[in-house]
Design a protein. Structure first.
Length: 299
């Protein structure tokens, strides 16, 4: 029996790694989740080879293209990791990742910034692939991505879209990117968690936005988020802005207030009067699915 060729997307996070394989008709053939630690522990390269081999053999598939998403900045040619603060992997291992997997599976292998996979999924799922779309994903950091002409815009060096690292943050606050005073020192899940932990609270973090005595912090947090997003809107003049991520998905997050504040700061009459704000989709497998779609769509 002949093997079915598939396009494989892998979304590698600090805690979990997810894999999705689709055929040329975009039918999902495999979707699965693994502990990232179990992949990195034996060695990142051998760990990924083992996972992919196992899925290909079990489902009788062959790899046409493999795209791996990482919480990292990626080179313009999408083959090298430039910086990733949240994965404990040395640079030499990252350097060997693409050539080794390419040899092992005899297919094209590319890397991608994880947030770009989310926007690839969202534009497909929401049927807005032909629009200029900005993705704002507020999770541990401030994920931002630009969808232009049917693909992710990566800039001159491959690192476009780092809205979380513009110098609009807490002065002097050190950032994992190497700079200080980045936006993420004011607007991120890390900032939110720090505020929660400083309270010695008797409630869970997931209920933060439901606590009335957090009102002042929440107001400033949402206002800073809106200012950052409005700045991006004024720069890019998009058709659509997607708003999502783990923080915005939390119960009680004032999504309506965020929308109002964004419109407040966006330039009038345009792009304000033509701007569409949409809620991004929420699924832990969106990144892996977006990676598989990107693997299929790229030539």
């Amino acid at each position: 029996m002949s093997k079915t060729p598939v396009f494989i997307g892998i979304d590698m996070g600090a805690t979990h790694t997810r894999l999705c394989a689709i055929d040329k008709e975009k039918n999902i053939k495999v979707i699965n989740k693994y502990k990232t630690e179990s992949i990195v522990e034996p060695g990142l390269v051998s760990g990924l080879i083992g996972v992919v081999q196992r899925e290909l053999e079990e489902h009788h598939l062959s790899a046409e293209r493999l795209l791996i998403g990482l919480p990292a900045t990626i080179s313009k040619d999408r083959t090298k990791v430039l910086s990733t603060p949240n994965l404990s992997v040395d640079q030499s291992t990252f350097n060997s990742l693409v050539p080794t997997l390419k040899h092992e599976f005899n297919c094209t292998v590319e890397l991608e910034r994880d947030v770009n996979l989310q926007i690839a999924y969202d534009t497909h799922h929401l049927h807005v692939e032909d629009k200029l779309v900005l993705g704002c994903y507020l999770g541990s950091g401030f994920g931002f991505s630009i969808w232009l002409n049917g693909d992710v815009f990566t800039g001159a060096h491959g690192v476009a879209g780092e809205l979380g690292h513009i110098p609009y943050g807490k002065e002097g606050a050190e950032c994992g990117c190497g700079n200080s005073g980045c936006l993420e020192s004011l607007v991120s899940g890390v900032r939110l968690k720090a505020a929660y932990e400083s309270q010695n609270a008797d409630y869970e973090l997931k209920d933060f936005f439901n606590q009335s005595y957090n009102a002042t912090f929440i107001s400033e947090f949402v206002d800073n988020t809106a200012k950052a997003i409005a700045t991006a809107v004024n720069l890019f003049d998009p058709d659509i802005v997607l708003l999502g991520g783990g923080v915005m998905d939390m119960e009680g997050f004032p999504f309506g207030t965020l929308r109002q504040q964004i419109y407040k700061y966006v330039r009038k009459p345009l792009p304000s009067e033509e701007l569409t704000l949409m809620k991004a989709t929420s699924s832990s497998f969106n990144g892996a699915t977006g990676a598989a779609l990107q693997a299929l769509n790229r030539k």
